[in-house]
Design a binder for this molecule. Sequence first.
Ligand code: TEU
Length: 590
Amino acid sequence: MSGGERAWWKEAVVYQIYPQSFNDSDGDGIGDIPGIVEKADYLDDLGVDVVWLNPVYDSPHADNGYDIRDYRAILDEFGTMADWERLIEELHDRDIRLIMDLVVNHTSDEHDWFLRSREDHARAGDGDLESGDRDDPDADYRDWYVWRDGDPDDPPNNWTGAFGGSAWTYDEDVGKWYLHLFLEKQPDLNWKNPEVREAVYDMMEWWLEEGIDGFRMDVINLLSKPQSLPDGDPDDEWVGHEHFIDGPRIDEYLTELTERTLDNYDTMNVGECVGATPEHARRYIDGGLDMIFHFEHVRLDWDEEDGWWRLRDWDLTEFKEVFTRWDREVADEGGWNATYLGNHDQPRIVSRFGDDDQHRVASAKTLATFLLTMRGTPYIMQGDEIGMTNYPFESMSEVIDPQTAGRVREGMAAGRIDSFDDVRHLVRARSRDNARTPVQWTDGEHAGFTEGDPWLPVNPDHASVNVADARADEDSVWHYYRDLIALRDDHAVIVYGDYDLLLPDHREIYAYTRTLDDETLLVVCNFDDGTPTFELPDGVAFEESELLIGTHGGEVAAAATATDREPTDAPAAPERFDLRPWESRVYLLS
Ligand code: TEU
C-alpha cells in the first residue's frame, strides 16, 4: 500500500502553540496555560488533532524557555502543574492530543544538575567554589556537562555558538571551560555519561505517565560530540557543525532514547534536526524517530556566501526540488516527513513564501493548500491560520530574540554595519520575533491578547488581520484552513497517496498528484502574482473530476481564455485552465 503503514500521527494535523504569545488570561502581558484552556474550543473548531506546546517548564527564559531550570515544573508566569493538568484534560476531552517540547541537548545554567556539576568540580579541588549542601554527598555530577581544562584565554576549540561568539565559556570559580552550542546560559549535557541519559529517560517517563502523547525533540541531532573535540572549518557560519551535527554516537543515543521511553507508549515524536539530509532522516527514523524537521527549504533565502547577512533570491523550482527529493528519499523509502513552512524560529510564512501585501489572503490560502495536501504530517504555527504577517521592526529596542540581537551586536562589533538602518531589512525578513508576536484575536486593544502590556509588541495589522473578523468571513484564510483540515479526514488519498511532481521546471506553478488505489488528487498552486495557464501533462488519466477546494471558491476562471479573467460557474476543467494570482485548486480525479 502507498504511504506505508497507517498511523494516527500520519493522519494528524499539528498546531503549534507558543505559550507566551497565544492568549493571556491574567493580564500580565504574557500568555499562559489557562489562556490556552480558554481557547480549547477554538482549536476544536479549527479541527486540529495535535497540539505541540513550546516549552512551558520552569526557566529563566534566556532563550524563551529553551533553557530549562526544572523539567518537572511549570514556569510561574505560565501557571501551575494543576493548570497544565486541566489543559491536557480539556484537550483530550476534545480528542486533541498534546506533545511537549523535549530540550535535552542542554539545560539552563540554573538547573540543579549544572549547579551540582560546578560544585563537584570545586569539591574535587578543581576550583575555588564552595561545595553546597547536598542530599546525596556521594553523587558526582562532574561529568554531566562538557568541561575542559585549559588556559582562560584559549578555548578548547574554535566552535561557535548558534547565536554567535565562542561555544565555550570559562567558569572562573571552577577553573574550567564548559561547552554551550547555544547561549552561555545553555550548557550542553554530556550524553556520553549514562547517568545523564538515565536522568533524561526518567524525566521523559514522568511526562509520559502524566498522559502526554509524545515529544517534539529540540536539536536532537546535536547530542553526540566527538571526544577529541576537533576544530571546525573557521569560515563556516556555525563553526564546528561538521563535528556536532550527526555526531559519532547519535544513532545509538536515539535508539536507546526511543526504546527506553516512547516505544512503551502510543505516541508520536518529531526530531528537530538542523543541517539534516534525507540520509540522516532515514537513519533516525530507523532508530525510532517518527519524522524530523529539516531546514533545507528555510535556508533557500540564505546567501551561499554571507548566510544570514544577505537575502538570497530563490526560485520556485528550487523549493519544489527540496520537497520532491525529501519525498522520494524519505517517504518513498518507508519513512515519513513533517511538512512545515514556519515555526517560532522562522518568519511568518505569508511574508516569506507568499505575498503579505496585495495578495495576502490568496497567498496564505495557497500556502495552506500546499501544507495540507503534501505527503507528510502538517504543522501549523499559531497565527498562520489567519495569515499573520511579519512585524515592521523600526528599532533595535524591539528586537528581543537572542539570535537576531546576537548577530546584530556581532555585526556592529566587527564593523560590518553601523546602525540599525543597515540591518532593518534583514531583521524584518528574518527575526525569530516575527512569528512570536501575540496572536491577533480581535481588532481591539492589544488584539485581544492581553489586558496588560504585551511582552512583545502586537503587529499593527491586527486592525484587519484577526481571528474575530476571519471567523465572521466565510472567504477568510481561517475558513479555508478549517475546510482543508476537514478534507484530510474525508480523503485517505491526501494522507497516504503517493506524491508525483508535475511540471518540475515551471517557475510559477507548483503542481503535483497524490495517488492511492484508483483515486488521484491533483493539486495546482500558483505561487506567484501572474496569471499562468495550467496544462495537465500527458499520463494523468481519469474519467471524472471534482473540484474539492480552491482558494477562489468553487468559481473558476473561464477555461483557456487568456483574455477573459472573469470568474464563471463553468464546470471545473482540470486539463487546462488559467490561474488567477496565487490561486490554487485541488481536484479529485477518479
Ligand atoms: O532551534 C535550533 C536552531 O538551530 C535555531 O536556533 C535557529 O533559530 C534556527 O537555526 C533558525 O535559524 C531550537 C529551538 O527551536 C530554538 O527556539 C532554540 O533557541 C534552540 O533550539 C536552542 O534550544
